[in-house]
Design a protein around this ligand. Sequence first.
Ligand code: WTA
Length: 642
Amino acid sequence: MEIVNSENLYYPDRKFAEDANVTGYSPEMDYQMFWEKEAGKLHWFKKWNEGRPLSGDAPFFKWFENGKINASFNCIDRHLDGWKRNKAALIFEGEPGDRQVMTYHDLYREVTRFSNVLKKMGIKKGDVVTIYLPMIPEAVIAMLACSRIGAPHSVVFGGFSSNALADRINDSNSKLVVTVDGYWRRGKVIPAKTNVDKAVDSCECVENLLVVKRTGHHIFMEQDRDHWYHELMDWASIGCEPEPMNAEDILFLLYTSGTTGKPKGIVHSTGGYLTGTATTHRNVFDIKDTDVYWCTADIGWITGHSYIVYGPLLNGSTILIYEGSPDYPEKDRFWEIIESYGVTVLYTAPTAIRLFMKWGKEYVEKHDISSLRLLGTVGEPINPDVWRWYHETVGHGRCPIVDTWWQTETGSIMISPLPGVTPTKPGSATIPLPGIIADIVDENGVSVSKGGHGYLVVKNPWPSMLRGIHGDMERYVDVYWSEFDNMYFTGDGAVRDEHGYFWITGRVDDVINIAGHRIGSAEVESAVIGSEMVVEAAAVDISDDIKGQALTIFAVLKESVEASSEVEQILMESVMSDIGKFAKPEKIYFIRDLPKTRSGKIMRRVLRDIAEGREPGDLSTLVDRAAVDELLREQQLVKTAG
Ligand code: WTA
């Protein structure tokens, strides 16, 4: 990793700094007081125990206990009294070019009608609703309608396969799934409903499907089980009392990958989560009433939850959502959208920026994107040269860049520059935000000094932190709170530079981050083993110019199975059908034995070295070298032949 030296600091522009929402750090303020003050900016039906924002026994922390609040009320109703009633809340652009603008009042109408539809479907406070929708306004409406009546939503990313969807529906015990007939991707219809039909075949809990009509192609509708969204909405009345929720009640579940084969249903609270997302959205994106804010993430990931839906709408912002692919019909679609709507804040992922860089700046330069005033990135470390390209080509050298580090589990941004305050360095997320005490520690939990490398931890509880793993509190304690005493373990490694800036180096556990999508190596391995051709497998990440990391699998075949490209294909299919197409492995190597330590741990480092074409380093702890040597010889042959 290239650590940029101090001469390369980028200082905030004076004008930007003068107008910024946050003008400095006030380190003397206690973090609990800080968050209590922030929580006070939301609308509470009943205040929490004032002066005591934090309670509960570690690590089962509670924030704003006894407070009563509703997410959808705060995202919508609060803005209806003044001029924001007629402000654009949501701008939608479909891939075919269709457009829709909804004001806050429109959003109120649609959300309350859909809340009434949910009630008619028998959904009550506490019932989990699965949402499997693409990037269309109904995704936002459905999330807010659930939160209005106190039904936690579980949004499943549209790229997940039917198997992965079924696992998530079953784990959350949803009786209702909200979905779509299909959606547009590169000019073609993606038949989402077919996936759902397959999934619910193995979900006994599901009683009803609500289907949004997007593409209008012919689909199968099962009588009594499947209902058209628009038909029920036509019937539904406008207006629905928001359910006063306890601050600690669950707002949503969101499944994410961990180090075992089973995805974790991360539990988020209501009061604390809303406080965290509203505050960070306002401070990090320096959001103003006049901004047109575009976060390009999918609604199915935490970034979509916190920074498309909750954070921005809590702040009364105008959000933009785009259904399709960035290269359809041409590779300038993003820049065309920015020009067309006057987008001022753009929040995207390094993997997307690397792709734009590869396509070339001529696509960017075709459009007037001078409306942009702030840029953000999230999801993976950004290479300094990619950061500079983003700064120059997209930001014309004048937009601050916020490189935001956070996780599904943290709920909101934890480490990021404050634009207008923090000097930035390309590739570093800089320092923790106000209210967050993050640190880099060695394996004994001792802070590393400047220049040191270690594990990224958080030392204080914060309002938007996860409250647990659905149905598995033991795993919650084990994964996040057992590695170090009284510290939240992130699973990431980091370096502290001479200014105390944080440089995130990536995961130190068995989670793989492909193009910003989190996938557990164990999930991939169990998909391969599930093919019944494989005895044992190891999934590792190797560097990739565009995706950041790509997925490679080493598989030990059963004796009766002969290695061939057909077998490789079958195994790839098996990963895609268990997880989703976005998890397609780059390459599968067949190996006689996996390299292991004496204690039986797979030496992933050795495998990574082989896959990246390096001579594996220290092999002294390896039990049996023969299989590794064999593979190395084959690699050499391939190289020579190539
Ligand atoms: C990685 C996404 C470097 C990190 C919001 C983390 C980052 C994981 C950054 C969480 C960043 C996220 N710089 N790495 N700015 N942001 N990561 O749960 O490894 O999908 O642990 O949440 O992404 O991924 P998740």
